[in-house]
Write a protein that binds this ligand. Structure first.
Ligand code: NAP
Length: 249
């Protein structure tokens, strides 16, 4: 279990039906937090809930599409009905629709910006209202190193992830006096279902650009999030923590 204790805390993790989000949710639960699992993928959410039940974690699972304000408000309402407060929000839900600028459709642009950036806005606005009343909270937004360095074939995704960083720094300034920390984790190349479909040439290019010469695991991202939602990081806000084997320095 380590030294970090989240006993009595309540966490919401979006997109926690699988991948990095699920691993973050499990990490927070292992350290004592009650968890609101949430995803718009019903099958993934059910599977995650089964694993949480088997592990004996305290949790609820609420379907939520982060692009839908009504569903976001319902998620916050259900979390409060069950646990009475929200201490931690991890905005993890994200998608890619990769193609070159020249070929990108408006639908591909809108889908990625809506999920990765508007979704973070809607969730953060709804949850920060609760945190402001509580006068405490920790928010961690999952960006990406491509939001810092760009990536051919991902102009929509890179724009959304750069947007998350600007958004987070602004909100960190707005909420700092309310005892609410807002930070960003920017993963590099992490082995999940999202990256499994990348062409081998892209994977090889990533590996070449990583000083540690290996892909990261969801666990590596979850460990960084754990630090940023714990009291160990109380004096840290508005920061971007890259989890990328040294790809961006
Ligand atoms: P993943 O395996 O695709 O998991 C993302 C989860 O979020 C899926 O269950 C997905 O459902 C769900 N989701 C998508 N859109 C949603 C929405 N509108 N509302 C609620 N849930 C939604 O992805 P991952 O690799 O774990 O990535 C997690 C986060 O890390 C993302 O923000 C991603 O951009 C970021 N990231 C990943 C990497 C990497 O190398 N994997 C690197 C940098 C950053 P569906 O499966 O139905 O779409």
């Amino acid at each position: 279990m380590g030294g970090i204790v989240l006993n009595g805390k309540v966490s919401i993790v979006t997109g926690s039906g699988r991948g990095i989000g699920f691993t973050i949710a499990r990490k927070l639960a292992e350290h004592g937090s009650s968890v609101v699992l949430s995803d718009y993928n019903q099958e993934g959410l059910e599977k995650a809930a089964e694993e949480f039940s088997e592990s004996g974690f305290e949790f609820i699972a609420i379907p939520c599409d982060v692009t839908r304000k009504d569903q976001v408000e319902n998620l916050v309402k259900k979390a409060l009905e069950k646990f009475g407060k929200i201490d931690i929000l991890v905005n993890n839900a994200g998608i890619t629709r990769d193609t070159l600028l020249i070929r990108m459709t408006e639908e591909q642009w809108d889908a990625v910006l809506n999920t990765n950036l508007k979704g973070v806005f809607l969730m953060t606005q709804a949850v920060s209202r609760v945190m402001i009343k509580q006068q405490s909270g920790k928010i961690v937004n999952i960006s990406s190193v491509v939001g810092l360095m760009g990536n051919a074939g991902q102009c929509n995704y890179s724009a959304s992830k750069a947007g998350v960083i600007g958004f987070s720094k602004s909100v960190a300034k707005e909420l700092a006096s309310r005892n609410i920390n807002v930070n960003v984790v920017a993963p590099g190349y992490i082995e999940t279902e999202m990256t499994a479909t990348l062409p081998d040439s892209v994977k090889e290019a990533f590996l070449k650009a990583i000083p540690q010469k290996k892909a990261g695991q969801p666990e590596d991202v979850a460990n960084a999030v754990l630090f940023l939602v714990s009291s160990l990081s109380d004096y840290i806000t508005g920061q971007v923590l890259n989890v990328d084997g040294g790809m961006v320095m």
